[in-house]
Structures are given as C-alpha cells and as structure tokens.
Design a protein. Structure first.
Length: 375
C-alpha cells in the first residue's frame, strides 16, 4: 500500500490522466505525467510533467525512477517501452494486459479462449481475404485496423465486394481484422476494477449512444433487463480475474436483438463511458483506479443516482458552455484543451436523477433539445 504523498506516474496526458490526477490528489498522492505533446490536459493538474517520446529509453528511465508506481491513461506505448518501465517500477495494469488490449486480434483471441463471446471476426492479411469475409459475414461488414484505432478511426464499412480492395490498402498497418456488422439492440459498457488482493468491484452497466462513431451519450442504468445487467457484470468480473487485472478496465459490449451479449472491445484504463461515476457515485472510476494501483482497499462500486452523461465535442458543444454553467442541475467538466477542433472531446456534462427514475427516451431528448435551443 502506497503511503500518502507518494508519486503515481501516469503515462499519457489526456483527460483520463487529468481526472485520474485529480482523484489521486484527493487521496493525498502526487502525480507525474508523461506526455508526448506539450501542455497536456493532465499536466495542468499534476505535480510534475515530463514531455518526451514514449519510445525514448532515456525519458522512460528517468520518468520511472522519479515515481513510486506507474499506470496508464493511454495504452498504446510499445512493448519495449512497457518492459523498460516494468524493469524499474511496478506497472499496473501489467504489460501483458496492455499488449492484449492494443491489438484487436490478440484481444478477441483472449476473450474467445476464455469463453467470452465477441462479434464474429476474421484476420485479414491479403486482398483475397475480402471474399472470405464477405462469404462468412455477408454485407455490409466492418474492416478495422488491429492497432491504434479510437473514436471509429481506422475503420471502414464494406458494403459490397468492390469496396474491399481500396479500404484494404487505405487501412494500415496490416494485418487487419474484419468483423460481422452486429445489428445490435443497444451498446452497453461496464467498468470493472480489481486490486492486488483479487478484490473485484463493478460499477453498474451503462448504455452508450454514439454519433459519428464518437460516444455522445451514456445513460445509467442501461435500459436492459436486470438479469442481463447482472450477466454483463459477471462477465466483466470473470474477465478481470482471467487477466489478473490490477486497476480499472472498461468493457464495451453489444446486446443483440436476441438479448445475446457480445464484447466489442476492452480498455485497461478509465473510460469515457464511466464519466457518469464522477457525480452519481460516492467513489468514481478514477478514484477506484487510483485505489487499485496504489494498493488501497476497494469499496463496493455503488451509485446513489441515475444519470445521463453528455460528451461535449468540438466547437459546437463548447459554445454551450456558458449555458451549461448557467443551468442548475447540469454538472460540467472541462478538460483544459485550448483549441476546440471538430470531433475533439472537450469536456462532458453529467445530469443526475434520483435512483430508479431515469427519464425515458423522449424525456432525455427533450432535455437535450433545451440545451441546444438558442433562446
Ligand atoms: N462489429 C460491429 N458491428 C456494429 N457496430 C460496430 C462494430 N464495431 C464497431 N461498431 C460501432 O463503431 C463504434 C466504434 O468502434 P470500436 O470497435 O469500439 O472502435 P473504437 O472505439 O476503438 O474507435 C462502436 O462503438 C460501434 O458503435
Ligand atoms: Mg470503442
């Protein structure tokens, strides 16, 4: 167990690192951010920041030596870098988990090997594999890079055989992965956290709605049958144990039209779809993560409220900020990013409802229309 005033090293300087650093500071820890871009959002709230490349051995070595434990908010540091960090300090979650989650093929193989259902998939190595995918999944199917995808980047929908070859050459690096396009009833996610003693806690299951492949809204609780919610949580606990996870992990899932659960992807870090926990839970995903990586006890991941989380994306949503601040009941969070580029996650808003009284679809839409209306 790390004592107060110890320093947690966080690889990555984005909003997830920023909110982790704030949670760490509440528990009396210091944070040291490693970022490859200048003035990272997390650096604004951390005790120290190192700016340097994630594959520079000297940078990694001096960063590791300056901290007491290392964690991530960004999982795409290469294997050599992880090994170097791990040779100097404890790294949570471990390099083995990062490697699995960095690669969609390793990830789906791990899940399937542990009896966790995923979308049907096929490794794509050459142009002729397109026909195999078409035969296996029908059209349309989805072609994705195995690495470095986020917010729907690195993906193409293949509507007919003629579209395959161009997409195959555009998406890099190879191999790629083809996935059956799931006709889902809804998308959900669950945050699961596990500590060094094998204590596992899961937050409630959230329902996610995407716009242009970027998370737009999260609703809590997910509007699915309670027994399905429980199955999703049990799946997450099984996965956390199978990975020997230390830290928090987000699991993204589809619920298909027959009520079948399929895992889409996993992320061994705090997750955008867990931001609702910041206001609807006594202990949020960031504190849970910090507790897990510092060896503190993990209390149950309870919530006291239902909630809606709305992402603030790009200049359009940033323009709403004064109105958000002026509206009672809207709890705003901004990430300290200077320029609101289209598609960029600038912040989010949480709206709370008493436990068990999440409004229906119309109520939520009406509330958001109010936010976007001009008067
Ligand atoms: N196989 C699939 N079937 C249906 N929709 C999909 C599929 N894969 C991805 N999507 C949609 O695209 C979104 C982003 O894809 P995802 O694989 O989660 O990549 P990332 O979040 O890394 O960009 C998903 O949340 C989902 O809405
Ligand atoms: Mg995703």
């Amino acid at each position: 167990m790390l004592s107060p005033n110890s320093t947690i090293g966080i690889v990555g300087g984005g909003q997830l690192g920023r909110m982790s650093a704030v949670a760490a500071s509440r528990l009396g820890f210091k944070t040291h951010i490693l970022s490859d871009i200048p003035d990272p959002p997390a650096g604004q709230v951390a005790s120290h920041t190192t700016i340097g490349a994630y594959d520079d051995p000297q940078i990694l070595e001096s960063f590791a030596n300056a901290v007491d434990v290392i964690t991530f908010e960004f999982e795409n540091i290469d294997a050599k870098g992880i090994d170097l960090l791990s040779s100097i300090r404890l790294v949570h979650p471990s390099g083995h988990i990062l490697r699995i989650s960095q690669d969609r093929i390793l990830e789906k193989s791990f899940l399937n090997d542990h009896d966790i259902p995923t979308t049907k998939w096929l490794k794509i190595e050459q142009p002729s594999d397109g026909e195999k995918a078409g035969a296996k999944f029908g059209y349309p199917f989805i072609l994705k890079t195995t690495r470095l995808g986020y917010d729907g980047k690195g993906q193409a929908v293949i509507h007919n055989p003629d579209e395959f070859e161009a997409a195959f050459h555009t998406l890099k690096p190879h191999p790629l992965i083809a996935e059956k396009k799931v006709d889902f009833a809804c998308e959900v996610s669950v945050m699961v956290v596990r500590n060094i003693h094998g204590v596992v806690q899961t937050f409630d299951v959230a329902e996610n709605q995407h716009k242009n492949s970027i998370l737009d809204l999260t609703l809590i609780p997910a509007r699915i049958q309670p027994d399905l919610r429980q199955q999703v949580q049990e799946l997450a606990i099984h996965l956390a144990n199978a990975l020997e996870l230390i830290g928090i992990l987000g699991v993204e899932l589809f619920i298909d039209r027959d009520g079948k659960i399929l895992v889409n992807e996993i992320a061994p870090r705090p997750h955008n779809s867990g931001h609702w926990t910041m206001n609807a839970c006594p202990i949020d995903q960031f504190e849970m993560h910090i507790r897990a990586v510092t060896g503190l006890p993990l209390p149950p991941a309870i919530r006291h409220s239902d909630a809606v989380m709305k992402n603030l994306i790009g200049p359009e949503d940033m323009a709403l900020w004064p109105k958000i601040m002026a509206t009672p009941g809207l709890i705003g969070h901004l990430y300290g990013k200077e320029i609101a580029k289209p598609g960029r996650k600038m912040g989010h808003v949480n709206i709370l409802f008493p436990y068990n009284s999440l409004p229906g679809e119309f109520g939520i839409r009406a509330m958001l229309q109010d936010l976007y209306s001009k008067e």
